[in-house]
Design a protein around this ligand. Structure first.
Ligand code: FAD
Length: 444
């Protein structure tokens, strides 16, 4: 690629922005991250990422990308208190009305808080010689060439008294400003169409609280209770500093209360009482904190026939998934990885090549999320005969996953974004589901 004047700007220094900047670093002389917040110390929450106070699962696929971008990150996180544990052995997973069986694998899942993860990624990124960050600034819009065919930088304002709007020039601008991204409006202002936006409204609410993790639970890292069509879900996950984070989620306004006693009572109404049984005897370390997530949102940039050169959109700004599936950071990592690989072949028609690849990366997690959400009565959306049949099949699959590690693993690979959903319909898996259920019927 041309190495004359290569400056890239990334809007937003959350997970997608940090990973995008890392992906760009071999190809640009300088990368500038623009972030509204002032960076806190590693491990502390910040205002622009309120979701940092809630459970944040990093799927093994995302962990692999992070490790390839920042070799040695995982052991470094462990040395700071993150827990590395076999996700199939140290966890209780109650899906579709059944506990999946536990068994040993060679996988290692990382359990830690979002601020510890983000803070370490940020620290490692900012240590690269061609990365700098301007904190405490708001990006207001794009700066474009006269004929509007090329984005040439951004308009920004620093959050200090007496600041005036300024223009920062760049050869490439990447919008990683999250689900509230204003790229559709910015494109419209330049005379382009807005991307089509798909929404699946779920009315999701989270309430999360920290508890002390006592030594008696040292072999347990996760309880995940997600049993559609029940509208209430719960996760209890280990974190650094001997803590549990407990998030209770509810669809369609069926949200947990933030009053501490009522929160505990609500946890009792989950389909199984495993989380309640632990937290009723654990010391709370924080007040319950709420978050709402009204809808899954997907913006189809890949469908636009015209798009300016020198501009990309990445992360939640393209697609923001129901957080209960824990996919957002991993999809952002996969997109950043794709950007890295695409740039290795030059920057010709960059946006077209990137959005085409991003669409492929998003299709599978989007179908998992929307497919799961449409199993909840009252979530509006088209239910095809195929998806209804698939839902029924999943019930049988969860039943078989009580006993059959191969079936349980096949499911975990799909929700972990290591396999596509249709792998669950592989004849070998279908046969095992049928056979295992048949055998357990005969022996019961
Ligand atoms: C409650 C909840 C729980 C979640 N749980 C999980 C989970 O378990 N696992 C998982 O993988 N994902 C989870 N996610 C999703 C995950 O947090 C995101 O997918 C991930 O942070 C990537 O998002 P992003 O970087 O694109 O955007 P964000 O994380 O939203 O970050 C956007 C950044 O841009 C900055 N910004 C915005 N506008 C401007 C502007 N105009 N100028 C300058 N800066 C700007 C913001 O300050 C912020 O730093 C969860 C989300 C929520 C809401």
């Amino acid at each position: 690629m041309n190495h004359e004047t290569q400056h890239a700007i990334v809007i937003g220094a959350s997970m997608a922005g940090l990973l995008a900047a890392r992906a760009l670093s071999p190809y640009f002389d300088q990368i500038t991250l623009l972030e509204r917040d002032v960076f806190p110390e590693v491990g502390k929450n910040r205002k622009g990422v309120p979701q940092g106070q809630h459970t944040h699962a990093l799927l093994p696929t995302g962990q692999q990308v992070l490790e390839s971008f920042f070799p040695g990150l995982s052991p470094d996180l462990v040395s700071q208190g993150a827990i590395l544990s076999d996700p199939m052995l140290g966890s209780k997973r109650f899906f579709g009305g059944y506990y999946h069986c536990q068994f040993q694998t060679d996988l290692k899942g990382l359990y830690l808080s979002r601020p510890l993860l983000e803070g370490n990624v940020r620290k490692r990124l900012l240590a690269l010689p061609n990365i700098r960050a301007i904190e405490n600034c708001d990006v207001l819009g794009l700066a474009a060439s006269k004929d509007k065919t090329r984005v040439q930088g951004v308009r920004l304002i620093r959050r200090q008294d007496g600041s005036a709007e300024e223009i920062l020039k760049a050869d490439l601008v990447v919008d990683a400003s999250g689900r509230g991204s204003r790229s559709p409006q910015w494109l419209e202002q330049l005379g382009y169409e807005k991307p089509e936006e798909e929404q699946v409204r779920i009315g999701m609410g989270y309430v999360s609280r920290y508890y002390r993790r006592n030594p008696e639970h040292k072999n347990l890292t996760l309880i995940n209770i997600a049993s559609q069509p029940c509208t209430r879900l719960g996760v209890l996950a280990a974190q650094e500093h001997d803590r549990w984070i407990v998030s209770i989620a509810g669809y369609l306004g069926d949200h947990a209360p933030t009053d501490p006693d009522a929160f505990l009572e609500f946890s009792k109404t989950l389909p199984v009482p495993d989380i309640y049984n632990i937290i009723k005897n654990s010391e709370p370390l924080s007040a319950p904190v709420p978050a709402t997530f009204p809808a899954n949102i997907r913006r189809h940039y890949e469908r636009l026939s015209r798009f300016p050169d020198g501009f990309l959109v990445l992360g939640d700004a393209i697609c923001s998934f129901n957080p209960v599936y824990g996919q957002g950071m991993t999809v952002a990592a996969l997109e950043a990885n794709a950007l890295h690989d695409i740039l290795a072949h030059g920057n010709h028609k960059l946006a077209k090549r990137f959005f085409k690849k991003a669409r492929k990366l998003i299709d599978n997690p989007w179908s998992i999320t929307v497919g799961g959400d449409l199993r909840i009565d009252g979530v509006e959306g088209k239910r095809s005969l195929v998806s209804t049949l698939l839902g029924r099949y999943l019930n049988y699959l969860h039943q078989a996953a009580q006993h059959d590690p191969v079936v349980a693993m096949a499911f975990m690979k799909v929700v972990g974004l290591r396999s596509v959903s249709k792998s669950l319909l592989h004849p070998k898996i279908v046969w095992r589901v049928f056979r295992t259920n048949q055998q357990s019927r005969l022996t019961s």
